[in-house]
Design a protein around this ligand. Structure first.
Ligand SMILES: [Fe+2]
Length: 93
């Protein structure tokens, strides 16, 4: 992992902070990939390629979900917030 992704000097960060950073950056990359594949699929005129792009988008959603689960298991406040909002009924706000 490159240190330029970090906002503070590596030597001042706890190992847990760096590991969580890796998960968060990975989740951001998966979400960006979902957005990219979705837009590319929308713009694609070839039906078979569109289907491949949609499948790729769905694969990225699986990866993102796994990372959210990692965060839930390893970052206490994430677990608290996910318990509060996932599958809740009514207004999210
Ligand atoms: Fe992925």
């Amino acid at each position: 992992m490159s240190n330029e992704d970090l906002h503070e000097p590596r030597e001042r960060l706890a190992d847990e902070t760096v590991t969580t950073h890796q998960a968060i950056v990975s989740l951001m990359e998966e979400l960006q990939a979902i957005d990219t594949y979705r837009q590319r699929a929308d713009d694609c005129d070839d039906a078979q390629l569109k289907a491949v792009l949609v499948r790729s988008m769905n694969d990225e959603m699986e990866h993102a979900a796994m990372l959210v689960e990692w965060l839930r298991r390893n970052v206490g406040e994430f677990a608290t917030q996910l318990d509060k909002f996932l599958k809740c009924e009514g207004s999210i706000a």
